[in-house]
Design a binder for this molecule. Structure first.
Ligand SMILES: [Zn+2]
Length: 258
C-alpha cells in the first residue's frame, strides 16, 4: 500500500485479498486495530528462521518437526526461511512472531543491519522466540543478551549429557504455564545461559550433574515486545514430546500477544 493514498474500505479489502503474504494482518486492520494486537481467534504468523546451524544440530530435521508441532494449533501459521540473513529485510514485520532457530559459530551471524532490524521490530511490539542453541545466535552483539534475556556463555558448562529428565512448570499462573503439567523429555539440559536481565522462568529442570535447577523456558518484555526463550529441542526426538510442543505453541501465542 502506498503511503500517499488513503484507500476506502472497498479498495483496502481488494488490496488485502491480494496480500496473500500477510493474511494475519488483514482481519485486525479491517477491524481498525493495530496489526500486533492479538485476539483469541486471530491467525498468528510465525517466521521460523533457520538454515545456519552448528553441524550437531540437524536443522533440516528439526525445523519441520517444530513447524509441525506449532501448526497443531490452527491459529499458528508457520513460514520457514532457510537463511538467517532474511532478518535484514523489513519483510519480517509481516510476521507476529520471529522464531530464531539458528546458530553456527563457523559462519558469520547476520550483521548490523539484521541485528538492528530485529531489535527494533521487537522493541516496537513484535514477538520473539528462541529455540535451543539460538541462545548463542550472536556472540559478538552485546545487546543480544538483553534481547534474549539470557545467552550462551561458552565459559560455562554447556549441558548435562544427553538423556531423560523432567521438566517442571514453575509458573502455573502465567498463560504459558496455566494447566500445563510437568513432563518427561529426552534432551540436552542446558546449563550455559548467562545474563542478569529480569526474566520469568516458566519451566525448569534439575541437573543430574550438579543438582541445580536451570531454566528451560522463560519470558521477558523488550520494549513493547514479548520474548519467549526455550532451550529445549536439541534434535527431532527432543521436539516430539507433547509437553515440548505445547510449551512452544503457548510461547508463540503469548509472544504474539494472543
Ligand atoms: Zn544441542
Amino acid at each position: 500500500m502506498k503511503s500517499h493514498s488513503t484507500p476506502n474500505r472497498r479498495q483496502f479489502l481488494a488490496q488485502a485479498m491480494l496480500l496473500a503474504a500477510a493474511p494475519s494482518i488483514m482481519p485486525s486492520l479491517a477491524m481498525g486495530q493495530t496489526a500486533s494486537a492479538g485476539t483469541k481467534n486471530q491467525t498468528i504468523r510465525v517466521l521460523l528462521v533457520t538454515g545456519q546451524e552448528y553441524p550437531g544440530h540437524p536443522w533440516k530435521q528439526t525445523a519441520p518437526v517444530l513447524a509441525e508441532q506449532l501448526q497443531k494449533d490452527a491459529r499458528l501459521q508457520v513460514r520457514t526461511v532457510e537463511d538467517p540473513h532474511c532478518l535484514d529485510s523489513e519483510a519480517i514485520l509481516r510476521y507476529d512472531v520471529i522464531l530464531l532457530h539458528f546458530m553456527n559459530w563457523e559462519q558469520p551471524a547476520p550483521g548490523e543491519k539484521a541485528r538492528e532490524n530485529l531489535r527494533r521490530a521487537i522493541e516496537n511490539g513484535k514477538g520473539l522466540g528462541l529455540v535451543h542453541f539460538a541462545c548463542g545466535a550472536w556472540q559478538d552483539w552485546p545487546e543480544f543478551r538483553n534481547l534474549a534475556g539470557r545467552a550462551w556463555d561458552p565459559k560455562l558448562r554447556g549441558h548435562d549429557p544427553r538423556g531423560p529428565f523432567r521438566v517442571e512448570i514453575c509458573t502455573p499462573g502465567h498463560p504459558i504455564g496455566q494447566g500445563l503439567k510437568d513432563f518427561e523429555t529426552d534432551d540436552e539440559l542446558y546449563t550455559c545461559l548467562a545474563g542478569d536481565r529480569p526474566i520469568e522462568v516458566v519451566a525448569q529442570a534439575r541437573s543430574k550433574v550438579d543438582g541445580k535447577n536451570y531454566p528451560m523456558a522463560f519470558v521477558l518484555n523488550y520494549g513493547k515486545g514479548r520474548v519467549f526463550h526455550c532451550v529445549l529441542g536439541h534434535d527431532a526426538k527432543a521436539l516430539q514430546p507433547e509437553g515440548v510442543g505445547e510449551l512452544y505453541r503457548r510461547g508463540c501465542r503469548w509472544a504474539a500477544g494472543a
